[in-house]
Design a protein around this ligand. Structure first.
Ligand SMILES: [Zn+2]
Ligand SMILES: [Zn+2]
Length: 340
C-alpha cells in the first residue's frame, strides 16, 4: 500500500520544528508549524495551501515572511490556523512592511486566517491588493475538534497547555484506495492518468451510479476508451482500506489534562511526531519550561499505540547526544507497549 501522505520534518531535531506533508499525486502540501523554512525549495513552498501554527514562539513562526514572500503576486488563497491571539501576531508581521505597490499586481493573493478557541473558530480574510488591512469582517464557527474537513481527509486539533495555548494536531485520511492489478487485467485495462481521476471520484464520494470513462493510449498513440458505471468498476479494481493518521505534538507539558488531549489526537497514528525537549534527568527544567521529556514522549507514543514515532525539538544542551534521547524515548515506548 502506498501512503497518500509523505510527512517529513523540515529541519534536524535540534533546529526549528516544522512538518511538511506533501500529498501523493497532487501538487499540494500541508504544513504543521512555520519555523525556519529554508531547507524547502520554492517548488515545495508553492505547494503549501494550509498551515497550522501550534503557537507563535519565534521558533514556530519565523518562517511566515518567507512563505508570504513566495506567494506575493500569485493567484493563491493561503489558509493559516493558530491559537488565540493569532490575528494580532499575523497582523504584527504584516504591518512590518510597506504595501503601497500591491494594488498594481494582476493576481490576487489572499490570506485566510483562523484563530482556534476552545469552542469556536474565528476567521478573517486579508487581501494583498488591499495591503492586507484588517477590514473588521469576522466569521465565527463552532469548534469541536475538527479544523478542516475534506472528502479525502480531515485535520483535528486540540489546545494544549504550554503556559500559552498551543495547538496539537492530527491529519487523518478517511480511507485509502488500493488498485487491484488482477482486476485491471480481468477488465483488459491499462494503467494511465485515469487511475488518479478514478481514485478522486471515490474520495470525492461521487455518485456510484455515474458513468466513468477509462481512456488510455496504446502503441502508435491509439486512444482506447471503455465506459463503466463507477460502482461496478470500483467493485472490480478497488480495495478500500483505512487511511493513515499523522499526529504532531509539540511544546506542551505531560500534565494529565494534556496527556488526555494528546492521546485523543495520537491514538492509532501511523506516525507520531512528538517533541522531546529534555531528558528525564532534567525533568524539573522540562516542567519549568512547559516541555515534554523524552521518556514522557515515548510513554505517550506507547499509550497511543502508534506504529512509529519520531522525536524532535531537542534542546541544544544535548547537541551530539540525540541518540541518548532517542534511546530514552524508545525504552519508555517499548515498556508501555508491553504493559498494554
Ligand atoms: Zn514554545
Ligand atoms: Zn518551541
Amino acid at each position: 500500500m502506498r501512503p497518500s501522505f509523505h510527512p517529513r520534518l523540515i529541519n534536524d531535531p535540534f533546529s526549528d520544528p516544522g512538518l511538511y506533508i506533501p500529498f501523493l499525486f497532487e501538487k499540494r502540501a500541508l504544513l504543521f508549524d512555520l519555523g525556519d523554512l529554508s531547507p524547502l525549495t520554492p517548488r515545495d513552498l508553492l505547494k503549501i495551501d494550509h498551515v497550522f501554527v501550534s503557537h507563535t514562539h519565534m521558533d514556530h513562526f519565523i518562517g511566515f515572511d518567507m512563505l508570504l514572500r513566495i506567494f506575493l503576486g500569485r493567484e493563491k488563497v493561503l489558509h493559516l490556523y493558530g491559537p488565540p491571539g493569532f490575528f494580532s501576531h499575523v497582523e504584527g508581521r504584516l504591518s512590518g512592511y510597506t504595501w503601497n505597490l500591491v494594488r498594481e499586481y494582476e493576481n490576487n493573493f489572499v490570506l485566510n486566517v483562523t484563530e482556534v478557541h476552545e469552542s469556536c473558530t474565528l476567521t478573517r480574510t486579508y487581501l494583498c491588493r488591499d495591503g492586507f488591512i484588517n477590514d473588521g469582517s469576522l466569521s465565527q464557527r463552532p469548534f469541536s475538534g475538527i479544523l478542516l474537513k475534506t472528502p479525502a481527509y480531515y485535520v483535528e486539533a486540540a489546545l494544549l497547555d504550554h503556559r500559552v495555548p498551543c495547538l496539537g494536531m492530527a491529519l487523518v485520511e478517511n480511507f485509502y484506495v488500493n488498485i487491484i492489478k488482477e482486476g485491471l487485467r480481468r477488465l483488459g485495462l491499462e494503467i494511465g492518468p485515469w487511475i488518479n481521476e478514478f481514485k478522486s471520484s471515490l474520495y470525492d464520494q461521487r455518485d456510484l451510479n455515474e458513468r466513468f470513462s477509462v481512456t488510455w493510449k496504446e502503441k502508435g498513440n491509439i486512444i482506447r476508451e471503455k465506459v463503466f458505471i463507477l460502482g461496478d468498476l470500483a467493485r472490480e479494481i478497488a480495495l478500500i482500506s483505512p487511511g493513515q493518521k499523522i499526529a504532531y505534538i509539540t511544546d506542551t507539558t505531560g500534565s494529565p489534562e494534556n496527556r488526555a488531549k494528546i492521546l485523543r489526537l495520537a491514538t492509532g497514528a501511523e506516525h507520531l511526531f512528538i517533541e522531546a525537549a529534555f531528558m528525564e534527568c532534567d525533568r524539573d527544567t522540562a516542567e519549568r519550561k512547559y516541555h515534554l521529556t523524552a521518556r514522557e514522549a515515548g510513554m505517550i507514543a506507547g499509550e497511543a499505540g502508534v506504529k512509529r514515532f519520531t522525536i524532535f525539538h531537542l534542546s541544544p544542551r544535548y547537541s551530539y547526544r540525540a541518540e541518548e534521547l532517542q534511546k530514552e524515548a524508545m525504552e519508555a515506548y517499548l515498556l508501555t507497549r508491553q504493559k498494554a
